[in-house]
Design a protein. Structure first.
Length: 268
């Protein structure tokens, strides 16, 4: 993946590229034809990005998503391209989409936080107990598929450990088998729960990014409703009610709730 920015110190400057697994393939020449008359490849999009032709890179990455479906790396690179053109709202939107597919990716999460730091709205989330925060952090280490693989692997280990407990001839082996069986059973259950939750978040997308420059949230789904608060582009909201045509009731991280036009946001 192409990395758009990093901080000074632990990371390089904003214009540098992340190294390692996210390095872009060698630049490839781009045929000077319209996107409609050529078959767009990721190498062409990456090449446009490397040439600082971010407008072309954006068009190519968007074409790739339409033709080949969702891909975390393409969303990530598209977010980087939008960031370079200072379209922070769409950069955040695509980083968020990349993070849905690859929640444990540190580069995506870092660039998302960098983009968020450039937004106008600063909202303090409702505090939650440490255990809830810790469980969410563990869940976000992997996506649904990875947690599903963990569930299968640990269930097999549970069966082996339980067999050792049942058929072991020494008391020490029985104790070890019993303890290991309990541990693997717990991990199996947790992995299944995390896999279900990650799948649910991916399928039932209940959050969105404000794409309008600014919008006033109303107390009712009408222009005549009471003004509650103002949101600016790039802010993340959580959809509470999707039943009203042209309007959505949204909640903020600080608990505030209001109605905004559907056209002012885009679903992650």
């Amino acid at each position: 993946m192409i990395a758009a920015m990093c901080c000074v110190g632990a990371h390089a400057q904003a214009d540098s590229l992340t190294e390692g697994n996210h390095a872009v393939a060698a630049a490839q020449p781009v045929i000077a034809e319209s996107a409609e008359s050529i078959h767009v490849t990721k190498g062409m999009a990456d090449s446009a990005y490397m040439r600082n032709d971010f407008v072309t890179a954006i068009r190519y990455y968007e074409d790739l998503l339409q033709e080949q479906g969702e891909a975390a790396e393409v969303y990530y690179n598209l977010g980087n391209s939008y960031y370079k053109t200072e379209n922070i709202a769409r950069a955040i939107l695509n980083y968020e989409r990349a993070l849905l597919l690859r929640p444990g990716d540190g580069d995506i999460r870092f660039n998302l936080e960098m983009a968020r730091s450039k937004t106008v709205d600063k909202v303090t989330p409702i505090s939650e107990i440490f255990l809830v925060t810790w469980v969410k952090a563990v869940r976000n280490l992997a996506n649904a598929d990875t947690w599903g693989k963990w569930a299968v692997a640990t269930f097999v280990l549970f069966l082996i450990s339980f067999a050792l407990f049942l058929f072991g001839k020494r008391m020490l082996l029985k104790k070890l088998g019993f303890s290991a069986a309990l541990a693997f059973l717990g991990i199996t259950v947790a992995s299944n729960v995390f896999a279900f939750q990650q799948k649910d978040v991916l399928v039932n997308r209940g959050s969105a990014i404000v794409t309008a420059p600014s919008i006033t949230a109303k107390s009712t789904p009408t222009e005549g409703g009471t003004d509650l608060f103002i949101l600016h582009e790039g802010h993340k909201v959580f959809i509470k009610d999707n039943s009203m045509k042209g309007w959505k009731e949204v909640a903020l991280e600080d608990g505030n709730v209001g109605w905004i036009p559907s056209s002012a946001i885009e679903i992650i």
